[in-house]
Design a protein around this ligand. Structure first.
Ligand code: PLP
Length: 410
């Protein structure tokens, strides 16, 4: 334990020295749809680091509905859902999400982080076993730790590796096994082999949780995410976790499942029971977002077309392509110092592209994480490709480091 401020200062200095110290940029919106400005500066930047895939976060229709609902129902919910915090906007949103995903019920959570804690802790405990993809979101790992079950991580997106874990002894005959995977991996943009994973889980009577924070609204013939793309039902994937803070442009999260599963979660999930319900204006705005996502498929088509445009630009410019076909497009650089240097250069060129460093990504795979949005313009994407090509050429050893790290990761 680091008890005194001197020890804390030393630890912080060490992080700084390794280029691992993190700081918030204080940002405000600028004039263009994807434009932002660092507060206190004049130059607008194009934001290529958000998760606002459908361009809804700053849509006036969400803001209007949020304001209107706040005036009618107040800013805060005042209590947990099970006490007196549950209102008509929550109830309607739960029904609409369930119907959007063709599941019996959905349960709202304040954040995706809390939804994942719930999904992992409500059904498993000591004596059970949890298996996680190595690159799963931190909240799934934390949920596994909190559950008290023993847990192991399998090689990334590798159904074969999962099969080995499922087949391995070490699980008591009456113990439960729960498998959890991201649908779309947040820092790599690749998609989990959910159909193969679901088949394995069925064969081994394991439960499956898919966290589709980055797939919902974007993937699948009608935007219903990774599971729609793979044609999987609630029989294949009993627990579907989704968030509203990404493609839907608002805030909050849910678990969609069969009615008894949701009923049980509502009784047992501590991250549902012991926390204040999200504000009704947020739920009201999310309902609008859900309607827009359904009625304006051009948003999904546009962000995917921009993704293709960026990737063809990369190919032409000789920028190493990841295997991602989603709006998350990583450019692996290797060291934290290189990722930061690239971020700084791009910022000077007018682009905000966040450097993602360990521990968010594995050591040696620091990267730029580019995320596209329907609110980007074609010429902004083209300009980013050009600026990135220049940036990489100017980085010491950039080409070498990226190919080497690509190789290590496969
Ligand atoms: C963002 C994210 C979460 C957390 O959702 P919040 O609502 O931001 O807490 C969970 N899982 C994945 C894969 C995510 O990307």
């Amino acid at each position: 334990m680091r008890r005194n401020s001197r020890a804390l200062e030393r630890a912080l200095a060490e992080l700084a020295q390794q280029q691992l110290l993190r700081r918030c940029l204080t940002l405000e919106g600028a004039d263009t749809p994807a434009g932002v400005r660092v507060c206190g500066t004049r130059t607008p930047l194009i934001n290529f680091s958000g998760n606002d895939y459908l361009g809804l976060a700053r849509d006036p229709r969400l803001a209007e509905r949020m304001a209107e609902c706040a005036r009618a129902r107040g800013a805060g919910s005042g209590a947990a859902h099970l006490v007196t915090g549950h209102g008509p906007e929550h109830a309607a949103l739960e029904e609409e999400v369930a119907s959007f995903l063709a599941r019996e019920r959905a349960l709202l959570f304040s954040t995706g982080y809390m939804a994942n804690l719930a999904a992992l802790t409500a059904f498993t405990g000591r004596g059970d076993r949890v298996l996680l993809d190595r690159l799963n979101h931190a909240s799934l790992i934390d949920g596994a730790l909190l559950s008290g079950a023993s847990f192991a991580r399998y090689a990334h997106a590798d159904a074969q590796a999962l099969a080995q874990r499922l087949g391995a002894s070490g699980t008591a005959p009456d113990a439960g096994v729960l498998v959890a995977t991201d649908g779309v991996f947040s820092m790599d943009g690749d998609v989990a082999p959910v159909a193969a994973i679901a088949r394995l889980c069925r064969d081994h009577e394991a439960w499956l949780v898919v966290d589709d924070a980055h797939g919902l609204g974007v993937l699948g013939p009608s935007g219903r995410g990774t599971l729609e793309q793979a044609a999987l039902s609630s029989e294949d994937v009993p627990l579907l976790v989704g968030t509203f803070g990404k493609a839907f442009g608002s805030f909050g999260a849910f678990i969609a499942a069969d009615a008894p599963v949701v009923e049980y979660l509502q009784q047992k999930a501590r991250s549902y029971v012991y926390t204040t319900a999200l504000p009704q204006p947020v739920a009201a705005a999310t309902r609008v977002a859900l309607r827009i996502a359904t009625s304006e498929p051009w948003r999904r088509e546009r962000v995917l077309a921009l993704t293709e445009r960026l990737r063809s630009g990369f190919a032409r410019a000789g920028i190493p392509l990841s295997s991602s076909a989603t709006p998350i497009q990583p450019v692996i650089l290797g060291s934290a110092a290189q990722a930061i240097a690239a971020q700084v250069r791009l910022q000077k060129a007018g682009f905000l592209v966040a450097a993602i460093r360990p521990p968010t990504v594995p050591a040696g795979s620091a990267r730029l994480r580019i995320a596209l949005s329907a609110s980007h313009r074609e010429r902004e994407v083209d300009a980013l490709v050009a600026a990135l090509a220049e940036t990489l050429a100017a980085l010491p050893d950039a080409g070498g480091a990226s190919t080497q790290n690509q190789a290590e990761r496969t």
